[in-house]
Design a protein. Structure first.
Length: 271
């Protein structure tokens, strides 16, 4: 993957395909390559040039262990769009990436064609805040969960009960999570987890002008669908679609349905 110095940091990215640019932004602790299994091939087939990026905090991008903000990540995305000469670009984000899309739409509206937010939230909630504090404490106190236990917790938090009720599918996901579980959080991921998420931004979203789609996942425990509906209601003219039988990782659990929704929105001419 190329690495360029953008917005004052080294930023790793990848670009494939030809056509209008779509930038995909991943969530906390996840590299851009997560998009490549399902979303990148589908978007290329639909006629788009697709860029993924490793957000600051995810090597080989700079880890920025001394701290970062969501505004920093939005500025990184803006710098990459400009670097690629793709403005106005369609921008798609999941989880933290959705929040980055929302902030980018506010700060640099001229860079965005259409905005898509998967698993979006616009305000803090005590449960997610407490979980975040717990994750920080585990790292700071040097507590390392056994990989099997960490995998089970990750599955229960991020996947739909409909996925986990099938023993074969559940075991497949557990194996993936256990295999990919890091021995210790990197300093960059710790910095991502420590970002301030306390701002209620719903009122500010009334200033978003980009045609917007918010996609909620019906069984999402990390970003319950009701929060996505709030975001869509706050953005003028935004569309909201809810996908059944998937959780926070809905783009991996039901990729065909997610890709269909994405491509229909990005290719529609009546927006």
């Amino acid at each position: 993957m190329p690495v360029a110095t953008l917005n004052g940091i080294r930023l790793s990215y990848d670009v494939t395909g030809t056509g209008p640019l779509v930038l995909l932004i991943m969530g906390t602790g996840s590299p851009g390559r997560v998009w490549r299994t399902y979303q990148v091939p589908a978007l290329i087939k639909a006629g788009f040039r697709v860029a993924t990026m490793d957000n600051r905090g995810i090597a080989p991008s700079d880890e920025c262990a001394d701290g970062m903000s969501i505004d920093n990540l939005a500025s990184d995305a803006a710098a990459l769009i400009e670097h690629l000469g793709g403005a106005p670009a369609h921008v798609v984000g999941a989880s933290l990436g959705a929040r980055v899309v929302q902030e980018l739409a506010l700060s640099r509206p001229e860079l965005i064609g259409k905005a898509v937010m998967l698993g979006a939230v616009g305000r803090p909630h005590p449960l997610s805040h407490t979980l975040n504090l717990g994750e920080q404490a585990l790292h700071d106190q040097g507590v390392q969960l056994p990989p099997q236990y960490a995998a089970a917790i990750k599955a229960m938090l991020n996947l739909s009960p409909h996925t986990l009720e099938d023993p074969d599918k559940a075991q497949e996901w557990l194996d993936i999570f256990e295999f990919t579980s890091p021995a210790k959080l990197s300093a960059g991921v710790r910095a991502q987890i420590g970002m301030d998420r306390s701002r209620d931004r719903l009122a500010d979203y009334a200033r978003i002008t980009a045609p917007s789609l918010v996609v909620g996942f019906a069984d999402d425990r990390m970003a319950p669908a009701v929060f996505g509906r709030e975001v869509a209601a706050a953005i003028p003219g935004a569309r909201y679609i809810e996908i059944e039988r998937c959780g926070h990782y809905g783009y991996l659990e039901r990729p065909d349905e997610v890709n269909r929704v994405l491509i229909e929105f990005l290719t529609a001419r009546d927006i």
